[in-house]
Design a protein around this ligand. Sequence first.
Ligand code: FE2
Length: 269
Amino acid sequence: MAHPSINPLSETFGAEVIGLDLRQPITAEIIGLLNQALLDNVVLVIRNQDLTAQEFRDGMANFGEPMLQHRAHFRLPECPDVSRIVNRENMRPASMWHTDHTNHQRPPKATILYARKLPASGGDTCFANMYDGLENLSGGTRARIENMITINDMEPDSPSYSDQDRAAYDQGVRHPMVRTHPETGKKALYFHLTKAMGIEGMETRAVRPFLEGLLDQAIKPKNTLRHHWTLGDVVICDNRCAMHRADPNFDQAEERLLWRIILKGDRPV
Ligand SMILES: [Fe+2]
């Protein structure tokens, strides 16, 4: 099996993978190379894939163990490890910076998106490198957040969660604001803007403005990457050191459908 080529997408992070067919068995050596490339680059774009849901799931299982996503309604019946991300059925593009599923004790280490239907223009997914995001904070802010704990729940105003989803997954989970990546050992800023409903020791009404202020300091053009989708792209994001958002700047009369897999992660520390 020929080695795929891995090319940087920017000066700071992100890489594209060319010459890999996720339908085919992948050697342990190449899986090792790809996993290292994800650790080094934070975001990987694997081009030109033509996959059924099961092939997508099985290909991604080379990177880790898929975990069930909390919106049961959007899981594919034929392959429940794959969920739909769509601007239909009470779901809207997640346009705020976040990392996925922080209302879980062990949030996913990676999110993987596969474009299925795209609007004629727009609908990009944007990524932010949060190792650099932490470095971008002022010394005073960094000292203030070093031991902060966020309290995470499902967004109370989102109609995309069913009562059953909330009963299973809405549990006020606590996570460190600064986490240490379990594989690279580096620290990153870690929170979900709309799921961090509280911060220990902070008045509730102060939380959202505080988090928005952190994003203003942390996320700069230099540590962001904009992915303009082409059908066939599979994008893997390391959730332990990156945030992402969907750009809602597209015609909502058009359907934008991505398939998503998330991979089991560690408890953040
Ligand atoms: Fe997300």
